[in-house]
Write a protein that binds this ligand. Structure first.
Ligand code: PLP
Length: 346
């Protein structure tokens, strides 16, 4: 059975061009700074997002961890959304390894944090409190349905950070999805942040890797912190080669994923027993709800899997579908017919 997997854009397989590039990659020891393919990827990534330097890391999780460790010391505090990936899904790494205290403020449904909430969360200089050092934003926002934060909003938060002597980090795992959805150059979304980490996997479909970008000094310190967490890789050009192809060939096609997500969501809205907020479908992530008592989301996901459609259950009544490279408009139509069939039968 040909399975359609919409659980996540992390399930993408490398393109033929990536496999070819991996095969022919020129390699060296990257911990000595001698892997030409890694060096090329890092230069390309920095230029692409308008920063001085970049650092290849294993994953989005490591990108955020190393960035936060570089901005903060033990006992410092970060302000981030209560639905932030870093807060919920990164195993508490910043606290576990960095002794860095998370201070959450509510994420709004559009992925933003209210500027007044951030301001209120900044600690006064008082011996009782941790020291606030960093604000973290996420763009696009995973748990907020792939919402894209605008350049104007990012600039507003950056203005606050600057006024209060704080740094601003952007979890840009899907920053190119945001740029495509907003029809802006990605630099507009990264211009005002001190650091950004973005994924070469996910929307860009490389098999492994994320990149941290920032000033030369920041990246030099991040390189040391990457070593501390065991993330120094040797002939990492094997990974970087696919990352270069990802940056060269995978950004413009993201629109297709967004179109497919929209097509999927529109049809889900018409299936009895399901509901979706179409106004929230901006990029490649669609959250939708089961409105009947039974089956719950998990049962429905199991039934769908047995019919060849994988969708993630993310709560008692909530499901998530993510479009990505390798999923065509025809796959979406087939997915919808399986979904409609299964919902009709229950
Ligand atoms: C917004 C966001 N940040 C970070 C990550 C972590 O990336 P990784 O799975 O590569 O560690 C993810 C993963 O889905 C994500 O959605």
């Amino acid at each position: 059975m040909n399975v359609i997997d919409l659980r996540s854009d992390t399930v993408t397989l490398p393109s033929p061009q990536m496999r070819e590039a991996i095969h022919h990659a020129e390699l060296g020891d990257d911990v000595f700074g001698e892997d030409p393919t890694v060096n090329r990827l890092e230069e390309m990534a920095a230029v692409r997002v308008g920063k001085e330097a970049a650092l290849l890391v294993v994953s989005g999780t490591m990108g955020n961890l190393v960035s936060v460790l570089t901005h903060c010391g033990r006992g410092d505090e970060i302000i981030l959304g209560d639905l932030a990936h870093t807060f919920i899904y990164e195993a508490g790494g910043t606290a576990a390894l960095g002794g860095i205290h998370p201070h959450t403020v509510p994420n709004q449904p559009d992925g933003t944090l209210r500027v007044q909430d951030i301001e209120a969360a900044i600690r006064p200089d008082n011996v009782h409190f941790p020291r606030t050092r960093l604000i973290c934003l996420e763009n696009t926002h995973n748990r907020c349905g792939g919402a894209a934060l605008t350049p104007e909003y990012t600039a507003q938060v950056a203005g606050l950070a600057r006024r209060r002597g704080l740094a601003l980090h952007l979890d840009g795992a899907r920053i190119f999805n945001a740029a495509v959805a907003l029809n802006v150059d990605v630099k507009e979304l990264t211009r005002d942040v001190d650091s950004v980490s973005f994924c070469l996997s996910k929307g860009l479909a490389a098999p492994v890797g994320s990149v941290i970008c920032g000033s030369k000094d920041f990246v030099a310190q991040a390189r040391r912190n990457r070593k501390i967490v065991g993330g120094g890789m040797r002939q990492a050009g094997i990974i970087a080669a696919a990352g270069i192809v990802a940056l060269e060939t995978m950004i413009d096609r993201i629109q297709e994923d967004h179109d497919n997500a929209r097509r999927f969501a529109r049809a889900v809205a018409g299936i009895a027993g399901l509901s979706v907020d179409l106004g929230r479908v901006q990029t490649n992530i669609v959250y939708f709800d089961v409105t009947r008592e039974r089956p719950c989301a998990e049962e429905l996901a199991k039934k769908l899997t047995s019919r060849g459609l994988k969708i993630l259950s993310t709560g008692p009544n909530r499901l998530r579908a993510v479009t990505h490279y390798g999923i065509s408009a025809q796959d979406i139509d087939r997915a919808l017919s399986i979904l409609a069939d299964v919902c009709r039968a229950v």
